[in-house]
Design a protein around this ligand. Structure first.
Ligand code: ADP
Ligand code: ZN
Length: 607
């Protein structure tokens, strides 16, 4: 018999998860599902989507089926649920026979509350038959944007989920995702036949993530400087190429940062090793291509750094969004330069997409460049890209913390444009800058550029400033990089208005160093826990205990307790097991399993 049949969601939240109240629209979603209606949930990462179907699963009679794209994701969630004492399991392709058999047996016996499966299975007739007399309570499609996004490996399988309504008539369905652009949303509703679903959308702001984007000068030194603020913490560093991923990881290890790497072409065994290490260990820096990320449920990723420009704002937001699921302060950091823009544009131009798709890709890239070059609040710029208004500057991004200075760049823009125009729109920025600063080189002499009036016309500004000028002209779409012609800079029609002084140009002053952390932090390393003194020592002690237990059980530390629970323990210092139930994240099962151990860790002075 099912042991967790309860009907009050708030009570389930408290008893099983140990949380005192619902967040945002969680309760409204749960009520909708419990009343038998379909729901589409669009919440950002970390808002607590899982509870929106896990709590109904416990309240309803029968088994809830959860469709998820990745085995790693499914297993993580099952680990989490088991730690809470909830009977859950998953079925997947290469599962050992014995395990699969036991899952089927438990399913038929009505012994499972939640069953995770991959999308291609759930629509097979044999799958439905497996249930025997067991009732299907709820159908859940997690990561439902997979049905829409082009180019993801799961799209085909997700498309077949359109049949769920027909295969399982009358069973409520809930679909969830952290991707909410209107186009994807419409696709989800249409392709999953969710026309009657109630739609829940939450703000996509991630207030605990701070954003910083700096001009690249010395990327390795910049990265190391950044990582100094994150000693002992886990995070991800994204690079564009496999080679750079491997090199960066090796270099970090030489420089005292514990790092591993991950990219698509690695040996499968090494991939699993890196993934497992990231889940199980604390304080690991994972250097990766974007192949790494989906299926990463780790809640305490404290930073995401980009050493290369991502392909779009969507990509940037999704990748940085892997930080701080637990709601604690986290950082998104990026270095970028002209080379990135040129490289990304080349990737689009040389790709084999249709012209129409290339046009969309260029638009997406330009939107990201505009965010990199903005003098205003980055969060506001990002959210506005997703159609969300954010009124005040956020106070938690680099441009808010240290406002960017701007300068009237009309004259400089004219010179930069003239350098390209006078030399026949045939040269890249390197050569154009040589011309502007009046540097005699083999090339400037050979082409007779040394005798032009524009030669040396920009001596008053540094090479770095000219690089910034060209980048911003690109962001303003006043120039274009011709990849078919070795990166030659050509002028857009609008440039003529700058020449004629009909249009003024403001530039932002570049900043190079990364010197900040979160909210106006002073010098020294701030700990993300916000704890100090004896509370911090206690937290470290509890962390050690957690690590010990997690190693013993072979699960990630956060499955035992998230950091937020350890922080609450260290500050509130409960004296009894009963008191412990007041701590957020301690429900009945975890109290029973770990309560005494942590109580000892809290009060045992070690003498
Ligand atoms: P998402 O799937 O939206 O990224 P999760 O479901 O993984 O988010 O939840 C993020 C974290 O927040 C988890 O550690 C979860 O246990 C916690 N959480 C969710 N809902 C609540 C709540 N009502 N109160 C406290 N913590 C919550
Ligand atoms: Zn801001």
């Amino acid at each position: 018999m099912l042991q967790h049949y309860r009907s009050n969601p708030t009570q389930v939240l408290k008893q099983v998860w140990g949380y005192s109240g619902f967040r945002g629209q969680q309760e409204a979603v749960i009520r909708t599902v419990l009343s038998g209606r379909d729901a589409l949930v669009l919440f950002p990462t970390g808002k607590g989507k899982s509870l929106c179907f896990q709590i109904p699963a416990l309240c309803l009679e029968g088994t809830t089926i959860v469709v998820s794209p990745l085995v790693a994701l499914m297993r993580d969630q099952v680990d989490d649920l088991k730690a809470l004492g909830i009977p859950a399991a998953c079925l997947y392709a290469d599962q050992p026979d014995e395990e699969a058999l036991s899952v089927r047996r438990r399913l038929r016996a009505g012994d499972l509350k939640i069953l995770y499966v991959t999308p291609e299975r759930v629509v097979l007739p044999s799958f439905a038959q497996m249930f025997g007399g067991t009732k299907i309570a709820l159908l859940c499609v997690d990561e439902c944007h997979c049905v829409s996004t082009w180019g993801n490996n799961f799209r085909k399988d997700y498309l077949s989920l359109g049949k769920l309504k027909e295969i399982y008539p009358g069973i409520p369905r809930i679909a969830l995702t952290a991707t909410a652009d209107p186009h994807t949303r419409r696709d989800i509703v249409r392709l999953l036949e969710l026309d009657e679903a109630e739609i829940f959308i939450d703000s996509f702001d991630r207030p605990n993530i701070s954003y910083e984007i700096v001009e690249r000068s010395n990327p390795k030194a910049q990265l190391l400087q950044f990582l100094k603020r994150h000693k002992g913490e886990s995070g991800i560093v994204y690079c564009l190429s496999r080679r750079k991923v491997e090199e960066t990881a090796a270099w970090l290890n030489e420089n005292g940062v514990k790092a591993r790497y991950y990219h698509a072409r690695m040996d499968a065994r090494l991939k699993t090793e890196s993934q497992d290490a990231f889940r199980l260990e604390e304080g690991l820096c994972l250097v990766a291509t974007v192949a790494f990320g989906m299926g990463i449920n780790k809640p305490n990723v404290r930073y995401v750094a980009h050493l290369d420009l991502p392909s779009s704002v969507e990509g940037y937001y999704q990748e940085t969004g892997r930080a701080g699921r637990d709601g604690m302060p986290s950082e998104a950091f990026m270095t970028y330069g002209m080379q990135d823009i040129v490289q990304r544009q080349r990737m689009i131009d040389e790709g084999d997409s249709t012209e129409e798709i290339k046009r969309i890709e260029r638009g997406k890239l330009n939107a990201l460049i505009a965010i990199c070059e903005t003098a205003g609040c980055r969060r506001r710029a990002i959210l506005s890209h997703f159609g969300e208004a954010y009124e005040q500057p956020c106070g938690n991004c680099d441009t808010c913390v240290r406002p960017v200075e701007q300068w009237d760049g009309t004259d400089a823009a004219i010179k930069a444009l003239a350098a390209a125009y006078r030399t026949g729109e045939r040269f890249g920025t390197g050569h154009l800058i040589d011309v502007l600063i009046g540097k005699v080189t083999e090339k400037t002499e050979k082409f007779g550029h040394t005798s032009m009036p524009v030669f040396g016309a920009g001596k008053d500004l540094s090479v770095q400033t000219w690089q910034s000028v060209y980048r911003q002209l690109l962001a303003l779409d006043l120039i274009h990089v011709e990849h078919d012609n070795f990166g030659a800079i050509t002028l857009r029609a609008e440039a003529s208005n700058v020449f004629k002084k009909k249009r003024a140009v403001m530039f932002r002053k570049d900043r190079v160093a990364s010197t900040r952390r979160g909210n106006a932090q002073k010098t020294g390393q701030r700990d993300y826990t916000g704890l100090s003194g004896s509370a911090h020592e206690l937290f470290e002690k509890l962390r050690m205990e957690r690590l010990r237990i997690s190693k013993e059980l072979g699960v990630p530390p956060y499955v035992v307790f998230p950091d937020t629970t350890l922080i609450a323990l260290a500050t509130q210092r409960p004296r009894t097991l009963d008191d412990m139930l007041e701590i957020s994240g301690i429900g009945e099962t975890k109290l029973e399993r770990y309560g005494a151990l942590f109580l000892t860790a809290l009060w045992d002075t070690g003498d």
